[in-house]
Design a protein around this ligand. Structure first.
Ligand code: ADP
Length: 261
């Protein structure tokens, strides 16, 4: 990959967007999209103007998790106009293609779709977006590399469960981003524990690993998000938990992560 990166075209960044943060994971199912959605909602709760770009070609989640769907329109400058939900500007690969179609794309096609979505009308000169959160496809394959090497990211947040396999994959993701020059801002440990009815924390997927991994990478462990039924329900109901139940333990973890970024 190093050789290819040497011929990297100029990285791109969207207009009128102050900060671009990508949320990545080494593998699927660790809660990357859950984190991306709730992190975006947490930034919005701080009073920031926030966009969410759901670039997960293997399974776009924003339409389900935010309860928003529709066909985006184009503005006078032929830019896609993001949809709005929960105070966020939202663009998802799921708005643009039929379910399943994007999953079989090759790198250049996924890349070009992402560039088009990046070029959406996120903000104006008067009202720039403060932060754009990108929900990347999971993994560290060629497609992911092609995607991220063209983007000018301000930083990457890596999501992992405490489980060893997820941590190893997260390490691969960190290595990939190091090659693109995008700084890793920190690790968010998801499914860190489950609080049983007595209040005891049960480390279902193990413990301590994410903190050790963050230390190894020399980045902060931004938050530990517990397993919460309310979080799963909120995702299914199309509601960011941070917006509907900001006092829950998981929401407090997301708000803490946003605070530290
Ligand atoms: P990924 O984007 O990594 O594939 P998702 O964010 O789509 O993972 O999460 C997979 C499923 O797990 C979702 O249905 C979500 O609601 C649920 N989930 C994720 N994190 C938690 C958590 N901490 N507690 C409860 N459910 C969770």
């Amino acid at each position: 990959p190093q050789a290819r990166l040497g011929h990297m075209p100029e990285a791109e960044r969207p207009e009128h967007v102050r900060k671009v943060i990508a949320v990545a994971s080494g593998k699927g199912g660790v809660g990357k999209s859950t984190v991306a959605v709730n992190l975006a909602a947490a930034f919005a709760a701080q009073g920031l103007r926030v966009g969410l770009l759901d670039a997960d070609i293997y399974g776009p989640s924003a339409p389900t998790m935010l309860g928003v769907d529709g066909e985006p329109t184009f503005d006078d400058e032929k830019r896609l106009v993001p949809l709005e939900a929960w105070g966020l500007k939202v663009m998802s690969i799921g708005f643009i293609v039929e379910p399943g179609d994007a999953a079989i794309w090759r790198g250049p096609m996924a890349s070009s779709a992402l560039r088009t979505m990046m070029g959406s009308a996120w903000g104006t000169a008067d009202q720039p977006l403060d932060v754009l959160v990108i929900d990347l496809p999971p993994g560290t394959g060629d497609i992911q590399l092609t995607l991220v090497q063209r983007l000018k990211l301000d930083g990457v947040v890596v999501v992992s469960t405490p489980q060893e396999i997820a941590l190893i994959d997260a390490r691969r993701a960190a290595t990939m981003f190091a090659k693109t020059g995008a700084p890793i801002l920190g690790v968010i440990e998801n499914m860190a524990w489950f609080e049983d009815p007595t209040g005891a924390r049960v480390p279902i997927f193990g413990e301590g690993g994410a903190a050790a991994e963050a230390e190894r990478l020399g980045v902060p462990l931004l938050a530990q998000v517990p397993i919460e039924m309310a979080l799963r329900q909120a995702c299914d109901a199309g509601q960011p938990l941070v917006a509907t139940r900001p006092d829950s333990a998981a929401s407090r973890a997301f708000l803490q992560a946003a605070e530290r970024l």
